[in-house]
Design a protein around this ligand. Structure first.
Ligand SMILES: CC(C)(COP(=O)(O)OP(=O)(O)OC[C@H]1O[C@@H](n2cnc3c(N)ncnc32)[C@H](O)[C@@H]1OP(=O)(O)O)[C@@H](O)C(=O)NCCC(=O)NCCS
Length: 172
């Protein structure tokens, strides 16, 4: 867990949440999918019908930013299980509530995820993909040592337009 003041009167903590806070996780995940339709491949329609058990399973793979007890941001990470790719971890589900942006909270979440992955042992690469329009996300990834590894053209179709996806990787 790490702590950082992020504005007058607020103390931001970066930490895991227990499975019984799955409703907080569901709330911010659906908010992210609804308010940022161009940032994520999933839509809220895809996920709003997930049962409680799915949220309880998925919360384990996330690190959260809290303002007091309010969840205001998150980042997901997962370790690949296939024998030939066990050295790779993936980052996804990166989101900070709009009114808390540009205060370094996204950076703190990403650093915490990288540190956790690095200290887990046996991981030599982190991968992620980001829609090319998400300039703030790309900036945070680049600042933390991710390099561009390729582009998938027309990976997403939203509101009548195609969007490209940038693949990024960081060697540990
Ligand atoms: C990506 C995101 C999580 C970053 O959270 P955050 O708390 O604002 O991140 P930080 O404050 O640590 O850093 C944001 C950086 O982006 C920069 N930035 C903001 N808007 C920008 C823009 N339009 N173009 C370029 N850079 C921009 C900020 O200046 C800051 O860089 P700096 O610290 O060098 O000044 C947040 O913007 C978000 O939720 N975006 C929508 C969802 C998304 O795109 N997720 C990524 C999916 S892969």
């Amino acid at each position: 867990m790490s702590e950082n003041p992020a504005g007058v009167g607020s103390l931001i903590t970066i930490r895991r949440l227990p499975a019984d806070r799955w409703q907080d996780f569901r709330k911010i995940r659906l908010e992210a999918l609804e308010t940022e339709p161009y940032a994520f491949l999933s839509s809220s329609t895809d996920e709003e019908k997930f049962p409680e058990t799915t949220w309880r399973e998925r919360i384990v793979n996330h690190i959260f930013a809290l303002n007091g007890s309010e969840v205001i941001g998150m980042i997901g990470l997962i370790f690949r299980s296939r024998e030939k790719q066990k050295h790779i971890a993936d980052i996804f589900s990166f989101y900070v509530r709009r009114e808390f942006r540009d205060r370094g909270i996204g950076n703190l979440l990403l650093i915490e995820a990288i540190n956790f992955i690095s200290s887990s042992g046996g991981i030599s690469k982190i991968e992620l993909s980001v829609v090319s329009d998400q300039k703030a996300a790309i900036k945070v990834y680049e600042k933390n040592g991710f390099r561009h590894a390729g582009i998938l053209a027309r990976e997403m179709f939203v509101n009548g337009h195609f969007h490209d996806e940038i693949l990024m990787e960081k060697l540990l």
